[in-house]
Design a protein around this ligand. Structure first.
Ligand code: ZN
Length: 377
């Protein structure tokens, strides 16, 4: 009897602990940081600069900054110089129900002239803007045992081809692109890197992550100046700070939106033209940050593609009007343009009915995208 009660107490305690962990876990924004390569896989090596070391240092530095935010859980695919199989990287992200997956790399090339930072989202060979990076980065699979079994659809003769690419990433591609854009803006504006843009490539490590995912190229270690910068403590600090700031900006925009959206139904139909400033870094480079009273326009982001698609309703399952943002290599497509969030939510329902199940509402002021929660203020 005594024993029985003790067991019950233990069981209750167990249930309470699980509940607490679960409740806490579900409230945190989970960032999966993937330092490229490691252990026997060195990645690129030039002038004594080793990709696996640079990626690990930048990831650890960025992770330390993010850990300072109580609302963030940072999960690392590796925290030391160890070999981690490619399947395990998105695998860990999926098992932990990550909110974003960030793979950090460096590039190199023989001419040694190329430099600058670029960030990739998944793309098939059809819409990829760069398959060379995919060839280099996917090839690590073939050094692993049983790669034919593990990397279903992977073809050593054409390592850039991934069968079924986009299947996991397509629903979250728009968010991946936004995250990639924020990271690029940070690298350019804060770390003063040359902007090589947001690109698409058939990268295996992104293909299997069931959450917004990006593949960052910090720069080219084959370039003498950039290699020295990326290998330096100061350079790694700057890149890590820029990366962490971009992740925090993404969290602010997307992770709190669900709460804001649920209470948005009570907002007035006409948005209040509050004096808010845009937070899009790129938009502010050459223009003074000033309070804008321009009205907010809500649209529904339905798709993103490396291909320029004619804005005809038949290309978008009958939806009209369609507009686009072609300021990055990956073009974003929007449905509608209304002045109230309530109307935008109705458009969202229509877009989902037409098959755009991962569509979501975005807001613009003066033609520039602004965080949804700022628009709802
Ligand atoms: Zn790499």
């Amino acid at each position: 009897m005594m024993k029985d009660t003790r067991l019950k107490q233990l069981f209750l305690l167990f249930i309470m602990c699980c509940g607490a962990i679960h409740a806490q876990g579900s409230q945190k924004f989970k960032v999966i940081l993937d330092a490229g390569h490691g252990g026997k896989d060195f990645g690129a090596v030039y002038n004594g600069y080793v990709e696996k070391n640079i990626t690990l240092n930048v990831v650890l530095k960025a992770g330390k900054i993010l850990e300072g935010d109580n609302g963030i859980d940072v999960i690392y695919t590796r925290k030391a110089d160890v070999f981690t199989e490619l399947t395990e990287r998105p695998g860990l992200a999926n098992r932990n129900s990550g909110d974003i997956f960030i793979s950090v790399h460096c590039n190199s090339e023989n001419t040694k002239a190329a430099f600058g930072a670029e960030t990739y989202v998944i793309g098939t060979t059809k819409n990829a803007s760069n398959i060379d990076v995919a060839k280099k980065e996917n090839v690590v699979m073939s050094v692993e045992k049983d790669y034919k079994v593990k990397y279903e659809g992977y073809n050593t003769a054409a390592p850039e081809v991934i069968a079924g690419a986009l299947s996991t990433q397509e629903p979250v591609l728009s968010k991946s692109i936004d995250l990639a854009s924020k990271v690029q803006e940070g690298f350019v504006n804060n770390a003063k890197r040359k902007n090589r843009g947001v690109k698409q490539a058939p990268l295996w490590v992104l293909n299997k992550a069931a959450m917004p995912g990006i593949f960052i190229v910090l720069g080219f270690i084959s370039n003498a100046d950039e290699g020295a910068y990326l290998n330096s403590d100061a350079g790694q600090d700057e890149m890590a700070k820029a990366l962490a700031a971009a992740i925090l900006a993404y969290k602010k925009e997307y992770f709190t939106v669900s709460g804001a959206a649920s209470s948005a139904a009570t907002l007035p139909a006409k948005p209040v033209a509050a004096a808010t400033t845009t937070t899009t870094a790129a938009a502010n480079v050459n223009t003074p940050v000033a309070a804008s009273t321009a009205p907010v326009v809500f649209k529904v982001q339905i798709a993103a593609s490396g291909t320029d698609i004619a804005l005809e309703p038949y290309n978008f399952n009958g939806l009209s009007p369609i507009s686009k943002d072609a300021s990055t290599a990956v073009i974003k497509y929007f449905y509608g343009g209304v002045s109230s969030y309530a109307e935008a939510k109705e458009l969202l329902v229509t877009a989902k009915e037409k098959g755009y199940t991962s569509a979501y509402v975005v807001a613009f002021r003066d033609g520039k995208k602004i965080p949804l929660q700022d628009a709802l203020k």
